[in-house]
Design a protein around this ligand. Structure first.
Ligand code: OAD
Length: 249
């Protein structure tokens, strides 16, 4: 049951911002990062897989792991949460969709202008010049957890191709971050959906929106510690809560 507050806030809002995290894709079968037992960071040490140092030390280990994750993304389908966000984007005039996810499930659900704060797994790039690299079509076939796979190299200069994601210690893509910051400073209603809210600077967007006086809403299956900082806390799976919210609009 959705309380009237967030529904009224959405109806009245001129600008709505949504920040999504791994939880929005959980019901598409993609692992989150911090879930006990199944979370990626419960089973793989981020320092071995998600840093520049890790890639430089063992490029094949890191590339193989991202190919395994890319395979999982390509096998997944958008869920009702992704589809509800697309419906929301069509219903409302101003909606900024910012995600920490590297999958393309928002896009495949039909959402437009998705800002990826942590990069996109389908768009690797050259280590030396940053130029985008086109991967061969088709789904890579990787065993669970990946195996070592040599990353491709640029044909002209021989430089290694790296995954198109943001690693620990790296800056966020400037344009994406600026758009996210601006949206947080301007929105009337801010939703954080399926994120633990522990990774900076993405986590600071909620603080920015609150400071601007926006109504803030969390959608999550668990407590995150943000409950006292948001105006409304909607407990439940995003794939259930979001469609219900859209139905009431
Ligand atoms: P986390 O794994 O930290 O958090 C996922 C959140 O989703 C948790 O709070 C869960 O309770 C919630 N959740 C799980 N299933 C859900 C569902 N069906 N509906 C709603 N909520 C659900 O993932 P993120 O917060 O996205 O960064 O993690 C942030 C960043 O940390 C990631 O982008 C990644 C990681 O290190 C990089 O790799 C740079």
């Amino acid at each position: 049951m959705i309380p009237e507050g967030p529904i009224g806030a959405l109806r009245a809002a001129g600008h709505v911002m949504l920040l999504t995290g791994a939880g929005i894709s959980a019901e598409s079968g993609l692992a989150t990062f911090r879930a006990p037992l199944t979370g990626l960071w419960e089973n793989f040490n981020p320092m071995d897989f998600a840093t520049l140092h890790a890639f430089e030390s063992d490029p094949a280990l890191v590339w193989g792991w991202y190919e395994w994750r890319r395979m999982r993304v390509m096998q997944a389908e958008p869920n009702d949460g992704h589809l509800a966000i697309t419906a929301l984007q069509r219903k409302l005039n101003g909606l900024s969709l910012i995600t920490q996810n590297v999958d393309d499930l928002h896009e495949r659900a039909g959402s437009h202008f998705v800002r990826h704060l942590h990069g996109t797994i389908q768009q690797p790039r050259c280590m030396a010049c940053g130029k985008a690299h086109t991967l061969p079509p088709g789904i890579p076939v990787e065993p669970d957890g990946g195996r070592k796979v040599e990353p491709p190299r640029r044909r002209d200069c021989g430089s290694l191709i790296r995954p198109g994601v943001v690693w620990f210690g790296e800056s966020l893509p400037r344009k994406e971050w600026e758009a996210a910051e601006q949206a947080a400073r301007q929105c009337d209603v801010f939703f954080c959906i399926g994120t633990s809210g522990v990774v900076e600077p993405a986590a600071s967007l909620l603080r920015l929106a609150s400071a601007r006086g926006a109504i803030t809403v969390q959608i999550n299956t668990e407590d995150t510690g943000l409950e006292d900082r948001v105006t409304y806390n909607l407990r439940g799976p995003a794939a259930v809560v979001l469609p219900e919210l859209v139905r009431h609009l």
